[in-house]
Design a protein around this ligand. Structure first.
Ligand SMILES: CC(C)(COP(=O)(O)OP(=O)(O)OC[C@H]1O[C@@H](n2cnc3c(N)ncnc32)[C@H](O)[C@@H]1OP(=O)(O)O)[C@@H](O)C(=O)NCCC(=O)NCCS
Length: 241
């Protein structure tokens, strides 16, 4: 069963408590833009845009969206800029017209059962009041080939013409349309001590480093004591309603 937190505010805590798989990258917690759209904030301001899939009345998957006003184009800085636009529009009291999914997560014990497709359907229904639904999709399996440009990765298809990547394939099967690559979508810039804490890696040489879970290489400057990760995502649009 699919509900929104507007329908079931009592489930907010349990919905946000759905964990990521243990191998998920910890460094994404260093996203500054992500602070703007942390759990409770979205749940209390836009509960109608947070979808939970229930099994025995317990949330086992979630989908989180935020609204923003379209500026006639998709934000060139992807996920980060959507978070900023949504926060700006909320602060300014602007009427929004676009829903953007920031996250879809299925409880690790319930993955591989097609639940993400159900969450997508629930998001399309929950976004019915918006003119469109867009998603800067993060294909987690891209982490296996961080050096491959996202452009080339997205172009890889199977014999049946569907994307080779399973998460992009799920979107396309659900009716999603791949619009293009968001080259600078999610950024994490942080002192090396933070990176060492998140990854257990030494970060003791300059240049590009491959970090488990990262979809692209991380750029390191030992002398300047920081590293920067710029994650590419893939813009997908879905019909609403
Ligand atoms: C990405 C995610 C949402 C997919 O959810 P899911 O419910 O497990 O996915 P599905 O069961 O619908 O499977 C989707 C596809 O992946 C395949 N798949 C599922 N688990 C797999 C695995 N462990 N290895 C390889 N393929 C797998 C399925 O067979 C399916 O492909 P198919 O349609 O060709 O058969 C889920 O893995 C997740 O929550 N990951 C952590 C959060 C995340 O990374 N979210 C995405 C970015 S916001």
């Amino acid at each position: 069963m699919l509900v929104t937190l507007a329908q079931r505010p009592d489930l907010a805590e349990a919905t946000y408590a759905i964990p990521y798989p243990p191998e998920s990258p910890k460094f994404m917690a260093g996203s500054l833009a992500g602070l703007l759209v942390r759990g409770r904030r979205v749940a209390s301001r836009w509960p109608h845009l947070v979808v939970a899939l229930l099994e025995d009345d317990r949330p086992v998957a979630r989908g989180i969206m935020v609204p923003f006003r379209s500026r006639g184009r998709l934000p060139s800085r992807g996920w980060d800029e959507v978070a900023v636009w949504a926060a700006e529009d909320a602060l300014d009291g602007v009427v929004t017209d676009t829903a953007c999914a920031l996250e879809i997560a299925v409880h690790p014990d319930y993955q591989g059962r097609g639940y993400s497709r159900a969450v997508l359907e629930g998001m399309r229904a929950a976004a019915a009041g918006s003119e469109s639904l867009v998603i800067p999709v993060r294909p987690p399996d891209k982490a296996a080939v961080p050096a491959v440009p996202m452009r080339s990765y997205v172009a890889q298809t199977r014999a049946d013409g569907l994307p080779a990547d399973r998460w992009l394939r799920t979107h396309v099967r659900a009716g999603g349309r791949i619009l293009g690559v968001a080259a600078c979508s999610a950024t994490v810039q942080a002192p090396l001590a933070d990176w060492r804490g998140w990854t257990g890696l030494p970060f003791d040489r300059d240049g590009v480093v491959e970090v488990p879970g990262a979809l692209a290489p991380v750029f390191v400057s030992v002398a300047q004591d920081f590293a920067v990760y710029v994650e590419p995502n893939v813009w997908v649009s879905h019909r609403v309603g």
